[in-house]
Design a protein around this ligand. Structure first.
Ligand code: HEM
Length: 213
């Protein structure tokens, strides 16, 4: 009897270890509410917060474990879409964020454009075990097909993660090893809308794209 109970507890916990989930989460340090996707095995989370009338900007939330990188495709597939990737720096004192884009499967190089990411310091930190990056993504919603559209009720996005550190973690242009887990995600963008958006977006400070804890 005891053994049966124990094995069902183990079965339950191994199921929950592999679980992915979507829904609203409140990031505890900023109290910002995000429509989110999480993968408990890798510690990956991506969340998005939008104003009640979405335009070109959103607040993003990327999280991961250890020294690894977490990325989101703002358009779904990996290729020909705007990718945002983030990871802790080499001293575990800050988070580095990077835009990437690539036409064919392969290491995506850094890309520049009118889009910018600016950290919200309270939600941007690492304790060595887990890390969190809350950022204002300005001009990140494009109308050229590289991202979801401001009018989409559901965001067809993609996620990717690797627990290994980028080769030169202090540089936003660092090369990355291929993800160990990846896939498509469907996020409720209506639920991502909040009347508090402008207040939250004002917490992003230009100087803090790379932030000390
Ligand atoms: C660094 C080297 C990378 C290589 C060699 C690579 C390669 C690939 C390949 C071959 C696939 C197809 C599925 C598979 O065979 O596993 C794929 C899928 C995917 N990759 Fe990457 N990738 C890299 C980095 C990234 C990064 C940084 C992101 C950031 C978001 C990303 C996002 C995705 C997503 C969302 C998918 C699933 C959707 C799709 O198949 O297009 N990848 N990748």
């Amino acid at each position: 009897m005891k053994l049966t109970l124990l094995s069902s507890v183990l079965a339950l916990s191994s199921t929950s270890l592999a679980a992915t989930s979507t829904g609203i989460i409140v990031e505890p340090k900023t109290n910002i509410s995000f429509s989110s996707f999480s993968d408990s095995a890798s510690g990956y989370t991506f969340g998005i917060a939008l104003p009640t009338t979405p335009g070109t900007d959103f607040i993003g939330y990327l999280a991961g474990k250890g020294v690894g990188w977490s990325g989101v495709s703002l358009g779904g597939p990996m290729t020909n879409k705007l990718l945002v990737v983030a990871w802790p720096n080499s001293k575990a004192t800050s988070i580095v964020g990077s835009f990437r884009e690539v036409a064919k499967y392969g290491p995506p190089p850094e890309v520049t454009g009118t889009f910018t990411q600016t950290a919200i310091p309270a939600g941007t930190y690492t304790d060595g075990k887990t890390w969190s990056y809350v950022f204002l993504c300005s001009k990140c919603i494009a109308s050229d097909g590289t991202t979801f559209a401001a009018t989409d009720a559901t965001g067809a996005l993609g996620w990717a993660v690797n627990a290994a550190a980028p080769a030169t973690p202090d540089k936003s242009s660092s090369s990355l090893s291929k993800h160990t887990s990846q896939g498509k995600i469907s996020l409720d963008l209506k639920a991502a809308q909040s009347a508090n958006y402008a207040t939250w977006a004002a917490l992003a400070t230009k100087s803090s794209r790379i932030v000390r804890k």
